[in-house]
Design a protein around this ligand. Structure first.
Ligand SMILES: [Zn+2]
Length: 294
C-alpha cells in the first residue's frame, strides 16, 4: 500500500452539491492542511431540477443528461475546494437519484433508494479499507430532511463502517479498518435563525425560506463541533457556484431550484455520534480529528 497522509477524512453524500452546501468549509480546510479528503457521492443527481433556463434541456423529462453534466459540476467544485479524491459509489451512474420521497422514481430499477443496503455498502467498504479514514461525516438517520437518497446514504455509510471493521467480512476488499469518529451534519437552531434574520434584512431573494428548509437543524446543545475560517468559507461559496444547475448564489445567500433564499453557513457544525470527544465537557471541538491518536 502506498503511504497515506496522517489525517484522513471520508464524507458520504447523496448528490453532487450536498458536499459543498454542507461541508465546503470543512473540506477546503482539511485539504489545505494536507489531510486526505475523500468524497463519495452516491448518485449523479439525475432527478434534480435545473435552474438556468439555457440548461433546461438537460432535465430528466427532456434529454435526461443532467447526471453527466453534474459530474462535471462536481469536478469543478472539488477544484475550488482543493479536493482531488472524489468518487461515485460503485462508479458514476451505478445508482440513480431516486427523486423526492413518494415520487414514482423511488421504485425505478437502479434507484439508490431501491437498492440493497449491504450491496451498496460493499462498494464503500472497499474505499474505507483503502483510504482508512479516522473520521466519517454523513447525515443523520432522517438524511437531514427526509430525502430518500439522503436517508439511504446514511444507512449505507453506517453499514459500510460496520462491515469495514468486521474481520471476517470480504478480506479480498482489504484489511479491516475501524473508523475512530463519526459525525452527522448539523446546524444549531440559533445559527439558522440568525441566518434567516440576516437574509430577510438583506432582501436579496424575492422569497425567503425558513429554518424548516435547512437540513439537520437541531437544538444548540446537541452540536459538538464547529469548523470555520473565512478563507475556507470563500472556497465553499466558489464550490457552491460551480453547481450552477442546482444553486443560485447571491453574496452570503443562495437558493435552490425552489427559489427560496437561504443563508450560506460559513461555519459548519457537527454532532459527534461515535467515538471519543476531543474537547472538554461543555466545550465544542474545533477539529474533527481532535483526540485521534493514530
Ligand atoms: Zn441531495
Amino acid at each position: 500500500m502506498t503511504e497515506l497522509p496522517a489525517r484522513r477524512l471520508l464524507l458520504v453524500h447523496a448528490h453532487p452539491d450536498d458536499e459543498s452546501i454542507n461541508n465546503g468549509t470543512t473540506m477546503a480546510r482539511y485539504a489545505a492542511e494536507g489531510a486526505l479528503v475523500t468524497l463519495v457521492t452516491c448518485t449523479r443527481g439525475e432527478e434534480g431540477e435545473v435552474i438556468p433556463p439555457a440548461l433546461a434541456h438537460l432535465a430528466p423529462d427532456r434529454e435526461d443528461r443532467l447526471g453527466p453534466h453534474r459530474v462535471g459540476e462536481l469536478a469543478d467544485a472539488m477544484k475550488e475546494l482543493g479536493v482531488t479524491d472524489h468518487r461515485f459509489l460503485g462508479g458514476p451512474g451505478r445508482y440513480r437519484d431516486s427523486g423526492m420521497m413518494g415520487a414514482e422514481q423511488n421504485h425505478r430499477d437502479g434507484a439508490f433508494w431501491n437498492t440493497d443496503v449491504d450491496d451498496a455498502a460493499t462498494h464503500l467498504v472497499e474505499i474505507i479499507r483503502s483510504v482508512r479514514p479516522q473520521v466519517l461525516v454523513t447525515y443523520d438517520p432522517d438524511g437531514g430532511y427526509g430525502h430518500p437518497d439522503h436517508i439511504q446514504a446514511h444507512r449505507v455509510a453506517v453499514r459500510a463502517a460496520e462491515l469495514a471493521a468486521e474481520p471476517a467480512f470480504r478480506r479480498d476488499l482489504g484489511a479491516p479498518h475501524r473508523i475512530a469518529k463519526t459525525y452527522w451534519n448539523r446546524v444549531p437552531r440559533s445559527v439558522a435563525e440568525e441566518g434567516f434574520a440576516r437574509l430577510r434584512a438583506a432582501n436579496v431573494f424575492p422569497r425567503a425560506g425558513t429554518v424548516g428548509d435547512v437540513p439537520g437543524v437541531v437544538d444548540d446543545e446537541l452540536v459538538t463541533t464547529e469548523i470555520g475560517g473565512a478563507a475556507h468559507a470563500e472556497r465553499k461559496v466558489a464550490a457552491m457556484r460551480a453547481h450552477a444547475t442546482q444553486i443560485a448564489v447571491e453574496g452570503d445567500f443562495f437558493a435552490l431550484s425552489n427559489g427560496l433564499g437561504q443563508p450560506v453557513f460559513a461555519t459548519e457544525y457537527y454532532q459527534l455520534v461515535q467515538g471519543e470527544p476531543g474537547a472538554p465537557a461543555g466545550r465544542r471541538e474545533d477539529d474533527l480529528f481532535a483526540g485521534v491518536t493514530s
